[in-house]
Design a protein around this ligand. Structure first.
Ligand code: FMN
Ligand code: MN
Length: 467
């Protein structure tokens, strides 16, 4: 029976030297964010904090899924083949299974009503201008009131008081379901799940067609059904091996001021009005580990998670273009705040890179607005090589193309908000850069665009000569 817990994944990260266990006292309201951000961006490591000021009995983690290496550990796949391996698994769909409460560690401890106090949870003050402490790792499980079909997605929550948080819904599937409840004058029942297996977190951040249960997507990544347990106070099931669940509702009749918040592009979402999540019950493990997702300036888990979703969806999207391309890699760079995607490809004919780029800008996700195609001799994960291609292989007049007045990512501050709409509807310019060499028509000219690499680059091993 494969493990479905969050904590075993953390152990695996630690065993593989990917995680730092911080034992000195850290304060989630003051310095935890800077520590975990630096631990990842300067040392490449995930963080576990076990000495948290004011949060006795809790541990917290951050930056555990910020790159492909950590995702590969989480999903038990090889980093080199992760996109294809995941696409393959995602073609299946594995139903959840239900277990009893006593087989569900997430219900070891239960607090109901006024005994609930979410201020106990070691949520961070993340970015400098944030409006408060946030939960950013909560996976909302809700049900379509007509069909009962589940939806699971991640939503940021500014902590308001012991039993309430904000709840931000970009107009996607959870919002569509909320609108159905609200139209009947009802609040939307919801179970918020924190700290689950990476396959489950991946499912929550992944965009597919409406009506597809993200928990079955998680099952396909796990290779078995996610074990679920019935909630205590709402008619919703939750992953039994999670760390914490907050059961409650999104109120239909109240909005509150929320934000600002450092968001996925690395800029702030302005203070706005937010829906309200009211907690009626908290269940958790007896020794809970909180997943303190860092959302803000890259690189963080937020970009790392969405990147992997965008990469896989883009690869799928390109599958049918011109009957199949020689596509070698797809990279959605965290450093560009999810808004840039790089295609590494071998164009077979002139113009093919541009066809691919158009498709890459019209996929399941709105985030990418800049798409760049590079050749097979370029590492699509290396920004230096990408920049080099953009100067030596791009004749801008011919190879840079802009498509104005297109719909772009809701949080892309540089793109104007559609007049009369809320700030999540933006119109911007998508652009593409064909940084591949001129293709076969000029085969005799290819040497002109080759990388002038050092003599015997491949056979010389620096190690042999180091003092
Ligand atoms: C860490 C993290 C935080 C997120 N925060 C939000 C949020 O506050 N609001 C939102 O609408 N989407 C947020 N998302 C994106 C959604 O989870 C994602 O788009 C998801 O696929 C939507 O689910 P759906 O396809 O069922 O609508 C977040 C994603 C991640 C990984
Ligand atoms: Mn969905």
């Amino acid at each position: 029976m494969p493990d479905q817990s969050y904590r075993t994944f953390l152990k695996n990260l630690e065993q593989q030297g990917e995680l730092i266990n911080f034992t000195k006292e850290v304060d989630p309201a003051e310095n935890m964010s800077a520590i975990e951000w630096k631990a990842y961006n300067e040392l490449g490591k995930a963080s576990l904090f076990s000495n948290l000021k004011g949060h006795e009995g809790w541990q917290a983690t951050s930056q555990i899924l910020a790159d492909r290496k950590k995702w590969a550990i989480g999903l038990g796949v090889s980093e080199d083949t992760i996109l294809d391996e995941m696409s393959e698994r995602l073609r299946q769909s594995i139903k959840t299974v239900e277990v009893d409460s006593d087989a569900a560690p997430v219900q070891e401890v239960v607090f109901e009503g006024d005994d609930v106090n979410i201020l106990d949870v070691p949520a961070m003050m993340t970015s400098e201008e944030d409006g408060g402490r946030y939960f950013a790792s909560g996976m909302a499980i809700v049900k379509d009131p007509e069909t009962g079909i589940r939806n699971m997605s991640v939503h940021r929550q500014m902590i308001l008081n012991e039993r309430e948080t904000g709840f931000i819904m970009v107009p996607r599937q959870a919002k569509r379901i909320y609108d159905m409840y609200a139209a009947q004058g009802k609040s939307m029942p919801v179970a918020m799940v924190y700290g689950a297996h990476p396959a489950i977190f991946y499912g929550s951040g992944f965009t597919t067609t409406y009506g597809k249960d993200e928990l079955e997507i998680a099952g396909s990544l796990l290779g078995e059904g996610v074990r679920m347990v019935k909630c205590k106070t709402v008619d919703i099931e939750v992953p039994a091996e999670a760390e914490m669940v907050l059961e409650g509702e999104i109120l239909f009749d109240r909005q509150v001021p929320e934000g600002p918040f450092g968001e996925i592009p690395g800029t702030y979402a302005e203070a706005t009005e937010s829906h309200v999540f009211r907690v009626n019950c908290m269940t958790r493990r007896k020794d809970p580990i909180f997943y303190a997702v860092h959302c803000g300036y890259p690189t963080t888990d937020t970009q790392g998670t969405m990147a992997l979703g965008i990469e896989i969806a883009t690869k799928e999207q390109l599958r049918n273009v011109e009957g199949g391309l020689d596509l070698l890699d797809v990279r959605c760079h965290a450093s560009a705040g999810m808004m840039m995607v790089v295609l590494k490809m071998r164009p077979r004919v002139e113009g093919q890179a541009k066809t691919a780029l158009m498709a890459a800008l019209s996929g399941a996700y709105l985030h990418p607005k800049l798409a760049i195609a590079v050749d097979d001799d370029i590492d699509a994960n290396d920004l230096r090589q990408i920049m080099w291609s953009m100067t030596t292989r791009v004749h801008a007049e011919r190879d840079v193309i802009m498509i104005p007045n297109t719909r772009v990512f809701a949080l892309d501050n540089i793109s104007p908000v559609v007049p009369g709409q809320n700030s999540f509807h933006r119109i911007g310019t998508k652009w593409m850069i064909d940084a591949t060499k001129p293709a076969v028509t000029q085969a005799d000219e290819r040497a002109r665009f080759a990388r002038a690499m050092p003599r015997n680059y491949d056979s010389v091993d620096l190690e042999d000569f180091l003092p």
